[in-house]
Design a protein. Sequence first.
Length: 252
Amino acid sequence: MGPLIRCINCDQVFHRTSFDQLPKYESSPAPPGSRRIVDTDDYRDFLESHRGHRLEDLRIIEDSFVSERPYVEPVKVSYFKATNGKDRFVIKKFRKHIDEPLTYHLIYGDFALKCIKVEAQTEEIKRQIRSELGPGGLSDKEADAFARLCQGLATKADVKNLARVPEESPHPLEIYFRMDDVSHAYLLRNCRRIFSGDEFRAIEAFVDRHRDDGVLRLKATYEIQLTEMARSKKKSYSVHESIKQKAVGRKE
Ligand SMILES: [Zn+2]
């Protein structure tokens, strides 16, 4: 069977990781010299506890992995999509403690990423503009005014019209976009109201330097919206909300 197996009777999934996919070879009595592949105990346990049940392979849908925590974080919840060729499922993958093995839950439904805000990297912009234009170049007040202009255009920007910056973000739900031409023109037009002469030219050059891959990239934050189908009932919620609800529930 493939790496992801579903028991149709129990709706449980088992994922054979690259670790337990590495076969362990064991001498086999007959024929002489042949070896038998022995899978790890977890896989055998799964097959044992679902003996006589209907099992099927699920195909993992490529590039569907999402998580609320940074990629490097070992203890986190992530989701990915899988299909048996007919139905689509969401697989929730998590561990509660770093020493625990990963657990996989099968969810009937789907998820999508929804953009919840677009913002300018205001602190980075202020730091960068002060370091590049020097202490004599811009006052803190002017640097603040410039960062506010950037934030203003970020809140008006629509991610649908922005081009994604190809480089990887360390956080799966934070994606960087290049400022579009309309926002760029709007920014320079407004800069003219605050700055003039050499100062304006320095700002204009700063914008050119940082527009594509620098601090002027716009940061979009997404949330995972999970749509769960349970016995013809369809409920839709953001993963973030459901976590909050659970946290509130626990306190009560
Ligand atoms: Zn079963």
